[in-house]
Structure formats: C-alpha cells, structure tokens
Design a protein around this ligand. Sequence first.
Ligand SMILES: C[S@@+](CC[C@H](N)C(=O)[O-])C[C@H]1O[C@@H](n2cnc3c(N)ncnc32)[C@H](O)[C@@H]1O
Length: 268
Amino acid sequence: MKVPNLRHSIRTLSLSSREKRERIDPPPKRHPPQHCCPRYANKSDTPNGSRNVHVQILESSWSAFSSSARTPAILCLGLGSPSASLNARIQLAFLTETCKRLKVAHDAISIYDPIFTTEDIALLEEELQMRVLPKNRSREREDYILSVPTICFMPHCDIELYDTVLRANWSRDGLSNLFLLGNQLQEYLDNKPTTVLEAVAPCLLRVAPFLENQRLPISDAWPTAFNNISAQYFPSSQSSSIDKLVALWRPHPHEEEGGTGDAVGEGN
Ligand SMILES: C[S@@+](CC[C@H](N)C(=O)[O-])C[C@H]1O[C@@H](n2cnc3c(N)ncnc32)[C@H](O)[C@@H]1O
C-alpha cells in the first residue's frame, strides 16, 4: 500500500493560499528563446518531413527577389513578447535561423513591439545584439523607410500596421526594397469590402494585386506561429507597375508625418 508522505501533507496544509495556488498552478515559465528554440531548427515538422522548410522557402524567395543575392536588412514588427508567448519565441527562433542562413548580422535587425517587457528587451539587445527601436518615437513611420532591400518580418500584424509600412515606402525605391514576410495581403482584398480597405488600408489595397507571393506551409508542430504567412514582393516584371502606382496616386499624409529620422539600412 502506498503511504502518503506526511511531511509533504503537513507542509502543504500550512502553506498560504497564494503558495498553494502556485504549487497547483505554477506561474508560466519564462523561457528565453534560445532555450526552447533549438527544436525549431532541428525538427522535421511538415507533413512531407522536409526540414526547415520555412527557412528554405524564405531563402529561395529572397534570391528570386534580390537578383544580386545581397544580404538583407531586417525590420521585425509585431513579434509579440518572447518571454510570454510561445508563438513569439518560435518566430524569434525562425528569425535567428534565417539570419544564420542568409548571413545577416543581428545588428542589421531593427525590431519593435510595444508589448516588449524589460526582460524581452534585455534578451533582444544584450544577448541577441538586435537593435530594439525605442518606444516613444514621435515619428514612428520614419523608422520604416526602407533604404536597402529589407525583409519586413511582420507575423500576424494588424492590417493598419502593414499599411503604415507601405505608406512609409510609397516611392519607387521604397516599394522595390520591400520584401514582406507577413500575412498574405491578397486575403484582405478577398475578405473585406473595398470601401473598408480604402478607409483603413489604402496602400495595401493598391499594392496587394501586384505582389508575388509564396506561402509558408502550416507547421504541424506550431500551427499558430506560421499560419497565413507568405513571402511577398514586387517581382522585377512589375517594376513598371510600381512606377504607375506611385505616379498616379499618393496616400493622404497623416497629421503627424514629417521630419527626418533613421531609416532601415542606414548605418548598417
Ligand atoms: C496579433 S499580434 C501577433 C503576435 C505574434 N507575432 C503572433 O503571431 O502570435 C500583433 C502584435 O503587433 C504588435 N503591435 C501593435 N502595434 C505595433 C506597432 N506599432 N509596431 C510594432 N508592433 C505592434 C502587438 O503588440 C502584438 O504583439
């Protein structure tokens, strides 16, 4: 017969209610991504078993986009909090794996999410050597101007944020430098009325039909981290479409726009 551990039972009875709660339901573990993400790099997690299929797709799309095969800069927005969210940790692991494969130095990554905690910022800046954009920027959009070919990694961001990045790059150079890894923009056009898109995302409405897109497969292991994510860019055959887009239409300026600031790729 199994004898109950009396010392354990007595100790449990004398715990405060908070201590008891924590014993039964311990607070969530805050894993830094490097402790839980090696699995990402090693796992065969697609139905056909191909390893690291996401990074492979990104690599091939990037080389189709950047004919000179140059090293990209990276702007990462809307990652979520790595200390609190598994999706954010998996996406961060994907980002670091991408950097390894495309030989991107971590200090060429500008990253921002208003949800970042002090712990997240310490991890991203001190351990991973990324450039965390400051929170209180009066002219946020200027950080999004792409002065070199840039992977904009924006997993599951709000439609308005995609539009903000497009608006900041409403020029021939800006749109030509944009390589978006984020929600498939065409799906917004398929699922929302044009009047709504014209009001909330006029740049996205105009750009989406011209983009080449390569969808990442849904991961069996982390189904919510990569669903509906596509690599999207203007193919070189569409360069005259960019010219027409920017010549024939200009987004209305937002009230707070104007001034100068750092652009992605400058100083890298
Ligand atoms: C739907 S969540 C996606 C989180 C995570 N990437 C995922 O796939 O689960 C959108 C994220 O965008 C962030 N966000 C909102 N406004 C932002 C901004 N101006 N710049 C960067 N990130 C922003 C939010 O804090 C949130 O973490």
